[in-house]
Ligand binder design. Structure first.
Ligand code: C5P
Length: 226
C-alpha cells in the first residue's frame, strides 16, 4: 500500500501527542513530534549562550545543532549533537523560550527541511504533529486533523502532565492556563507559518472526549481515505 501521511495540528494541551502516538501505534505508522524539534534547537541555543530574544543571533546559529528524531511512536527519541535531549527539552526554561526561537524564519526553514525528509522516508507512512504541518510542512498530507479544546480543559491536561513529571507535587492551574494561552498567542501571531487550521483540515474539539474517542475518530478518518 502507498504510505499515508497524517498531519495533526492544534494549540498546546489539546492531546496532540497522546492522540498521534496512539493512532500511529494502531495503524503501524511512524510518528514525529515536531514540537520536540523546536524545543531541541531552543535547548541548544540556551546551552550555548545564544540570546533567544535576539532573532539574528538565533538565525545565525540555526544550522549548528545536529538534531536527530526517532520515529517510533512507542519510544520517540530525540538527540542533539548526539546527546539524549528528551528530558531537558521539557524544562520550564525551554518551554518559556521556545516560541521566540520557533518564530525565527531561519529556524523554521531548517526544521521544516528535516521534517519533510523524515516524512518522505517513512516506509508505511507517518503521523506528524505540530502547529504548521497541514498548512506549510506537508500541505499535500492525505489526512489533516486540527485539534482544539477549551482553555480550561487544556490547562487541566497540561497541569496533569506537570504534576506527573514533578512527582505529584501541586500545580497552579491558573498560572498553567495563562502560560499556555500566552504561548499559543505567540505561536498564532507570528509572521512565519503561524498556528492555523488548514482549510482542508477536519477540526475535532476534544474538550468533552476521552483519549480513545479522539483516537477512534482520527483512525476512522484515515481509513476512509486509504
Ligand atoms: O508541541 P509543543 O508544545 O512541544 O511545541 C513547543 C513549541 O514549538 C510551540 O509552542 C511552538 O512555538 C513550536 N512549534 C512550532 N511549530 C510546530 C511545532 C511546534 O512552531 N510545528
Amino acid at each position: 500500500p502507498v504510505p499515508v501521511i497524517v498531519a495533526v495540528d492544534g494549540p498546546s494541551g489539546t492531546g496532540k501527542s497522546s492522540t498521534s502516538r496512539a493512532v500511529a501505534v494502531k495503524l503501524g505508522l511512524s510518528y514525529l513530534d515536531t514540537g520536540a524539534q523546536y524545543r531541541a534547537i531552543t535547548w541548544w541555543m540556551l546551552k550555548h549562550g545564544v540570546d533567544v530574544r535576539d532573532a539574528s543571533a538565533v538565525a545565525a546559529a540555526a544550522d549548528r545543532p545536529e538534531i536527530v528524531s526517532g520515529t517510533d511512536p512507542v519510544d520517540p527519541t530525540i538527540t542533539v549533537d548526539g546527546a539524549d535531549a528528551a528530558g531537558p527539552i521539557r524544562t520550564q526554561e525551554v518551554t518559556d523560550a521556545v516560541s521566540a526561537v520557533s518564530a525565527v524564519p531561519g529556524v523554521r526553514a531548517r526544521i521544516t527541511e528535516l521534517q519533510r525528509a523524515i516524512a518522505a522516508g517513512a516506509p508505511t507512512g507517518i503521523v506528524v504533529e505540530g502547529r504548521d504541518i497541514g498548512t506549510t510542512v506537508l500541505p499535500d498530507a492525505d489526512v489533516k486533523i486540527f485539534l482544539t479544546a477549551s482553555p480550561e480543559a487544556r490547562a487541566a491536561r497540561r497541569g496533569g502532565e506537570l504534576k506527573a513529571a514533578g512527582g505529584g507535587q501541586g500545580v497552579d492551574l491558573d498560572a498553567t492556563r495563562e502560560a499556555l494561552l500566552k504561548r499559543d498567542a505567540a505561536d498564532s501571531g507570528r509572521k512565519t507559518s503561524p498556528l492555523r487550521k488548514a482549510d482542508d483540515a477536519v477540526e475535532v474539539d476534544t474538550t468533552e472526549l476521552a483519549l480513545d474517542q479522539v483516537v477512534e475518530c482520527v483512525v476512522t478518518l484515515i481509513e476512509e481515505k486509504r
